[in-house]
Design a protein around this ligand. Structure first.
Ligand SMILES: Cc1cc2nc3c(=O)[nH]c(=O)nc-3n(C[C@H](O)[C@H](O)[C@H](O)COP(=O)(O)O)c2cc1C
Length: 179
């Protein structure tokens, strides 16, 4: 099974991106997670460009099409969704790749509930398989990269991340796990 983990942060030392790479590293051998942390490469969306989209957009759409599920993790900017993530979603909204795609949220801060609320509304609009009940939250805001790494390798968080991935894998392919 393949998941695509999309970070809504373009920051080099992003805690959300670090959390997605930690998910990648705890994933078992049956699960392949690719981290997409290149939202900054997408041009600003215009409906005029949809018929012949830029390469970066086509590459993201292909990665989504090939994934069995999407995990999104994003910071909150000004009580809202960062422009880069919203721009990516604008590119995807009238395409086929996200329709019916299982999607879950992860979040690397104890704050950001306004952004989460808005993103949940958008994702439920994009896909009828957005699962609001599966949610991973590991507060890492304002920690240094070393502290972030230490938190993410703590047994409690490793277990939380494994359980989250297991639950999402079950949601994506319930039949696979049935006795
Ligand atoms: C421009 C800007 C605006 C922000 N606005 C908010 C905000 O409204 N609410 C909030 O809780 N945090 C806000 N933050 C803090 C980020 O959401 C927070 O630091 C987040 O954990 C960063 O995620 P990252 O490490 O993945 O980049 C803001 C940060 C920036 C740079």
């Amino acid at each position: 099974m393949k998941f695509l983990a999309i970070s809504g942060s373009a920051r080099r030392a992003s805690t959300n991106t670090a959390m997605l790479y930690a998910l990648q590293s705890v994933a078992g051998s049956m699960l392949e997670i690719s981290v997409y942390d290149r939202l900054g490469e997408l041009p600003v969306f215009s409906p005029d460009l949809e018929l012949d989209p830029p390469l970066a957009v086509s590459a993201l759409a292909k990665a989504i099409a090939e994934a069995d599920g999407l995990i999104l993790a994003s910071p909150e900017y000004i009580r809202s969704i960062p422009g880069g993530l919203k721009n990516a979603i604008d590119w995807l909204v009238s395409r086929n790749e996200v329709i019916g795609k299982p999607i879950v949220l992860a979040h690397a801060s104890h704050r950001g509930n306004d952004m989460l609320h808005q993103l949940r509304i958008i994702l439920a609009t994009l896909s009828d398989r957005f699962n609001e009940d599966l949610f991973l939250r590991i507060p890492l805001m304002k920690l240094s990269p070393d502290e972030v790494a230490a938190h993410l390798s703590a047994p409690r968080h490793q277990e939380e991340m494994r359980r989250f991935l297991d639950d999402f894998a079950n949601y994506c392919a319930p039949a696979v796990r049935l006795p």
